[in-house]
Design a protein around this ligand. Structure first.
Ligand code: ZN
Ligand code: ZN
Length: 259
C-alpha cells in the first residue's frame, strides 16, 4: 500500500492511497493545477483513479471535487449527511453514499467509514485494509471517540490530526467564539490530546504516524512533533523502536509510505 498526504491544513486537504488494484484520493481541497504539481513532486499519478472519498463537506476538503469529477468522471464516495449538508456536492454527478460502520470494497481495498466528532453534517474518518496492511485516517475531530481509538490497536499506519497547541490558541488572535469552537468537542484535536490518545490506545503494530491538519496560526510543526513524540516515548527525543512520527504540510506532499 502506498500512502501520501498531498496537502493538509485549513487551506486544503488531500491524501493519496494506492494498492495493487485500487487507487483513490481522500478529500480534495485545492485545484487541479496544485494537485498535479503535488503528484509530480511525490512521483505519483492519477491514472486509473478509482474513487474520491470525502470525510465531510467543509471547503478545505471539497473545493476541488466538482472540477475533478467533471474531468476524470471519477465516482465520489461520501456519507448521506455530508451530501445533505452541501449544495455544492449535490451538483456533482456519480455520487455513491457509503455506509458508516460497515466495510465496503474499492478493488482490493477494504474501506470502513467511522464517525468522528466534528461540526459537520455527518463527518467520518476512514479505516483502510489491503494485503495485510491496515491504516486509519482521521482529521477534523474535536475529541477521540471509541470508533476512532479502537482501530489504533491494530494499524500499520496512521494519519491523525495534530491541529494546535492549546496555549497558542488561548494566547492567539482568534475571536473568543472561534477559540471555543476550535477547543470544543466538535472542533479540532490538539497536539497534547493526540499524544494522550496514542499513549492510551496505540498497539505495537504501528510503524508510521503522520501528523495532519496542523494550524499555521496556532501550532508549530516542531512543537507538534515534539509533543506527540514525547507522549509516545516519555521523552522528547522519540523512541528508537516505536513508530516514526512524520509531519504533513499545507503546500507540499508528505513522505510516501510504501508498506
Ligand atoms: Zn479541515
Ligand atoms: Zn472540518
Amino acid at each position: 500500500m502506498k500512502i501520501c498526504v498531498l496537502g493538509s491544513g485549513s487551506a486544503g486537504n488531500c491524501t493519496y492511497i494506492a494498492t495493487a488494484k485500487a487507487r483513490i484520493l481522500v478529500d480534495l481541497g485545492f485545484g487541479r493545477r496544485s494537485l498535479d504539481r503535488r503528484l509530480q513532486q511525490a512521483e505519483l499519478s492519477l491514472d486509473g483513479l478509482d474513487a474520491l472519498l470525502l470525510t465531510h463537506e467543509h471547503t478545505d476538503h471539497i473545493s476541488g471535487v466538482p472540477a475533478l469529477v467533471r474531468k476524470k468522471k471519477v465516482p465520489v464516495f461520501l456519507t448521506e449527511g455530508t451530501l445533505r449538508a452541501s449544495p455544492a456536492l449535490q451538483e456533482v454527478d456519480r455520487v455513491t453514499i457509503v455506509p458508516v460502520g460497515s466495510p465496503f470494497h474499492i478493488g482490493d481495498l477494504e474501506v470502513e467509514a467511522l464517525p468522528v466528532s466534528h461540526d459537520a453534517g455527518q463527518p467520518v474518518g476512514f479505516r483502510f485494509a489491503a494485503g495485510g496492511v491496515q491504516g486509519l485516517l482521521a482529521t477534523d475531530l474535536g475529541e477521540p471517540t471509541p470508533e476512532i481509538t479502537e482501530p489504533l490497536a491494530d494499524c500499520d499506519w496512521l494519519i491523525l490530526e495534530s491541529n494546535h497547541d492549546e496555549e497558542m490558541v488561548m494566547a492567539g488572535p482568534y475571536p473568543w467564539l472561534l477559540k471555543q469552537r476550535l477547543l470544543g468537542p466538535t472542533g479540532h484535536l490538539s497536539n497534547l490530546a493526540l499524544g494522550r490518545c496514542l499513549k492510551t490506545h496505540l498497539g505495537g503494530k504501528t510503524k508510521h504516524i503522520l501528523l495532519a491538519h496542523l494550524s499555521r496560526t496556532n501550532n508549530h510543526p516542531q512543537l507538534a512533533l515534539e509533543q506527540v513524540s514525547a507522549a509516545l516515548s516519555g521523552d522528547a527525543e522519540g523512541g528508537e523502536s516505536g513508530p516514526r512520527v512524520h509531519l504533513t504540510h499545507q503546500n507540499r506532499p508528505s513522505i510516501v509510505l510504501d508498506l
